[in-house]
Design a protein around this ligand. Structure first.
Ligand code: B12
Ligand code: SF4
Length: 569
C-alpha cells in the first residue's frame, strides 16, 4: 500500500518554524557507518542543530572500495561509551545494504545502555522496511527530512511516534505497519546544507575517537547539487526508486546555482589557507550539468565566486558539447564516464543502459577536445558476459584517446535489484548469495575488480587486460594489451595477468613498497604532464608529512578522501 502525503503547502522551513519549543530539550545521536562523507547524516545533524536540539554526529570509521577495515571492539566501545555519557532521547542510523550486520551489532549494543528509540533510514530501510524493523524501532522509507522533523516534534511533546507517513513500525502483534512514504522534496533549496566542521562531530578510526570533522580538513570539497537520475540501470538503486516514486513528485531535482555556490563558498572558507590553493570540488550527483539554463547560470557564478578545478559524473548519453565547453572553461577537469561494458547488447539488454559504442567514442572525443579527463567506469566479473564480449570491450577501450583512466568494478548483486532477480531466475546466483554477510563481504572486500595472475581462463585474461589498460599511462602496458587483443594467446595472457596483479597490489597495498610505488606513479604522471610546480609542492608536503606525527587521524582522513572517490562510483 502506498500512502503518499501530497500537501505541498508544508515546506521544511515552515515545519521547522512550527516545531515545539521543547525540541531544545532533546538530545539526538546520529550514526554514520563506515563513511564520514555521509550526506544524510550530515543533513540530519544540520537540521537537528538548526531546530535547536542538542545534536551529536558520530562517523564510525571511513572505508571505501575493497579497503574496508574491520570494526574493532575498541571502536565499538568508544561509540557506545560516548552514547552512554550523552544519554540521548533519540538515536538514528543511516543504513546501506553492505552495513546491515554492522547496524545490527551497533543497535544491539546501544540498547544495552540506552532506552532511546532507534530510528533508521537510507537505502536498505527504503528497499526493505520490514527487514529493517527486525533491528530498529522505527524505519523511514524514502526521503527522511519531513519524517525526521515530525519525529522531533512528537518527541518534544512527549507523544508517541506511530501514525507518521513514511515512518514504519511494528504493531502490538509484532507485524510491520506499512506507513507508505512521504512525497519527494520538490525544492531542494529548502533542505539545510550538510553540516561540515560543525560542533559535536566525532570520527572513530584506528581505535581512536577524535572530536573533529575530518571532512572539514580535506582539499576535496564533496557536494551534491541534486538528487535523482532519469535512467534505471538494472544494477543501480534507481531501478527501484523510480518506480517506487511514480506519481510522487519529480524524481530529478537540483539545487539552484546560487545555493550550491553558497555551499561551496562556505566549505572553502573552512579550509586552512595552505589547503585552499589545492582545493577542488567533486560533485557526487548522478547527473550533473545537463540542463542548459542551469549550467549557463552555474558557470557564471562558479567562475566569479569559486574558480577551483572540479570533477563530476555525467552519463555519456547526456553529454553535450556546448555544456562541456562552458564547464571546462570554468574548471571541469575530470569526469566519470560510465561505459560498464563494451558490448551494446549487454549495455542495453542486461544493464538497461542507454548509449552505444559509436556514441561513446564520440562523447569521449568531445571531452578530449576540451581537455577534460574521462574516468571510464567498467564493470567486470559479469556472469552475463562471455570472453568474446570482453574482447570487444578491450577493443573499444583502445579506441578512446589515451592515456586512459578507469574505475574497474566487479558486478554486485544487491537484494531486489532487477539484475539480481534476473541472475536468480537464471540460476547464476542463489538466495544464499544475498545474505547480509554475503552482501557485506562482496561490497566491502570485492567492490573493485581484483585481477588474478597465473590464470589460463580466457575471460579472466581479458578482464586482466582491461584492468591493465587503466594503467596505460605506461605505453608498454598499452602495447601489451594490443598485442593480446590481436593475438590472444597464453604468453600475452599470462604476462598481462602477472602485471595486472602486481599493479593491483601496488594500488591497494599497505606496505612501504606499495606506498612508494604509488608516489612514484603520481610523480611520473606530474612529470609527463609537465606540472613541475605541483610536483615540487607535493614533494614538500610529503616530506613534511613523513617527518610529522604518524598518528594524526585527520591526515589519514585526508589521504583516504583523495583515494576514496576514485574507487567508489
Ligand atoms: C553519493 C553516493 C556515495 C557517496 C556518499 C555516500 C553516503 N553514505 O552518503 C560515496 C562516494 C562516499 C559513496 C560510497 C559508497 N557507496 Co554510494 N552512492 C552514492 C549515491 C550516488 C547517492 C547517495 C546520496 O547521498 N544521496 C543523497 C542523500 C541525501 O540521499 P539518501 O542517501 O537517499 O538519503 C535520504 C533517504 O535515504 C533518507 N535517509 C537516509 N539515511 C537516513 C537516516 C535516517 C535516520 C532517516 C530518518 C532517513 C534517512 O533521508 C535522506 C534524505 O532525504 C547512491 C546512489 C543513489 N541514487 O542513491 C550510491 C549508493 C548509496 N552507494 C552504494 C554503495 C554500495 C557504496 C559503497 C559501499 C561502495 C564501496 N564499496 O565503497 C560506499 C559506502 C559508503 C558508506 N559507508 O556509506 C549503493 C548502496 C546499495 C544499497 N542497496 O544499499 C548505492 C545505492 C548505489 C547503488 N549501487 O545502487 N556513495
Ligand atoms: S545512469 Fe548511473 S545513476 Fe542513473 S540509473 Fe544508471 S547507474 Fe544509476
Amino acid at each position: 500500500m502506498l500512502n503518499v502525503e501530497q500537501d505541498t503547502s508544508v515546506t521544511i522551513p515552515s515545519m521547522m518554524a512550527a516545531l515545539s519549543k521543547d525540541v531544545s530539550s532533546l538530545k539526538v545521536v546520529h550514526i554514520s557507518l563506515y563513511c564520514y562523507r555521509n550526506f544524510p547524516i550530515r543533513i540530519f545533524h544540520s537540521m537537528t542543530q538548526k531546530a535547536g536540539a542538542d545534536s551529536h554526529a558520530f562517523f564510525l570509521k571511513n572505508s571505501a572500495g575493497n579497503r574496508h577495515k574491520t570494526l574493532t571492539e575498541t571502536e565499538l566501545d568508544l561509540l557506545i561509551d560516548s552514547i552512554e555519557d550523552l544519554d540521548p532521547d533519540l538515536v538514528t542510523l543511516s543504513v546501506l545494504a553492505p552495513y546491515v550486520e554492522t547496524a545490527i551489532e551497533v543497535i544491539s549494543r546501544v540498547r544495552r545502555i540506552s532506552s532511546a528509540p532507534v530510528l533508521v533510514g537510507g537505502k536498505y530501510p527504503t528497499i526493505n522496511p520490514q527487514g529493517a524493523l527486525k533491528f530498529a524501532d522505527y524505519v523511514c522509507k524514502q526521503e527522511g527530512e519531513f519524517v525526521f522533523l515530525e519525529v522531533l516534534d512528537r518527541l518534544a511533546k512527549g507523544q508517541d511516534l506511530t501514525g507518521i507517513t513514511g515512518l514504519w513500525h511494528m504493531d502490538e502483534n509484532g507485524d510491520p505497519v506499512d506507513m507508505g512514504q512521504q512525497s519527494l522534496i520538490q525544492n531542494l533549496d529548502e533542505v539545510p546544507a550538510q553540516a561540515v566542521g560543525a560542533p559535536n562531530m566525532y570520527f572513530i578510526e584506528d581505535d581512536r575517537l577524535t572530536e573533529a570533522d575530518p571532512e572539514a580538513n580535506t582539499p576535496m570539497i564533496f557536494v551534491m547539487a541534486g538528487r535523482g537520475c532519469v535512467y534505471q540501470c538494472t544494477f543501480c538503486v534507481n531501478s527501484l526508486l523510480i518506480p517506487m516514486n511514480k506519481g510522487n513528485g519529480k524524481f530529478v531535482r537540483i539545487l539552484s546555482p546560487e545555493m550550491i555556490i553558497r555551499e561551496i563558498e562556505d566549505r572553502v572558507a573552512l579550509l586552512p589557507a595552505e589547503m585552499r590553493e589545492r582545493a577542488y570540488v567533486d560533485f557526487g550527483d548522478e547527473i550533473f550539468g545537463v540542463m542548459k539554463d542551469w549550467t549557463a547560470e552555474f558557470v557564471e557564478l562558479y567562475k566569479e565566486r569559486i574558480n577551483l578545478p572540479f570533477s563530476c559524473e555525467m552519463i555519456p548519453k547526456l553529454i553535450k558539447e556546448e555544456n562541456i565547453e562552458i564547464l571546462a572553461e570554468v574548471g571541469l577537469s575530470e569526469l566519470n564516464f560510465g561505459i560498464q561494458s563494451g558490448v551494446d547488447e549487454i549495455r542495453k539488454d542486461t544493464f538497461n543502459r542507454p548509449g552505444n559504442n559509436v556514441e561513446l567514442v564520440e562523447k569521449a572525443e568531445i571531452l578530449n577536445r576540451h581537455n577534460v579527463l574521462p574516468r571510464y567506469d567498467i564493470i567486470l566479473q559479469n556472469p552475463f558476459e562471455t570472453a568474446e564480449m570482453l574482447h570487444e570491450t578491450l577493443k573499444l577501450l583502445d579506441q578512446f584517446p589515451h592515456p586512459i583512466s578507469m574505475n574497474v568494478f566487479r558486478l554486485q548483486f544487491f537484494p531486489h535489484y532487477p539484475i539480481t532477480l534476473e541472475a536468480l531466475k537464471k540460476g547464476i546466483i542463489t538466495e544464499a548469495d544475498l545474505t547480509h554477510e554475503k552482501v557485506a563481504e562482496m561490497t566491502m572486500k570485492n567492490w573493485n575488480f581484483k585481477p588474478a595472475g597465473g590464470t589460463f581462463d580466457k575471460k579472466a585474461q581479458y578482464e586482466n587486460a582491461i584492468f591493465l589498460l587503466g594503467w596505460a599511462g605506461n605505453s608498454f602496458n598499452r602495447w601489451l594489451c594490443r598485442m593480446f587483443s590481436n593475438h590472444p594467446n597464453h604468453v600475452f595472457g599470462l604476462t598481462i595477468g602477472l602485471l595486472a596483479e602486481f599493479f593491483y597490489r601496488v594500488e591497494t597495498g599497505n606496505t612501504n613498497f606499495a606506498r612508494w610505488m604509488r608516489r612514484g606513479r603520481a610523480a611520473t604522471s606530474l612529470i609527463l604532464s609537465g606540472n613541475f610546480k605541483e610536483l615540487f609542492k607535493s614533494t614538500a608536503r610529503m616530506t613534511k608529512r613523513i617527518f610529522s606525527s604518524p598518528t594524526n587521524t585527520c591526515l589519514k582522513g585526508t589521504e583516504l578522501a583523495h583515494s576514496q572517490r576514485a574507487e567508489e562510483h
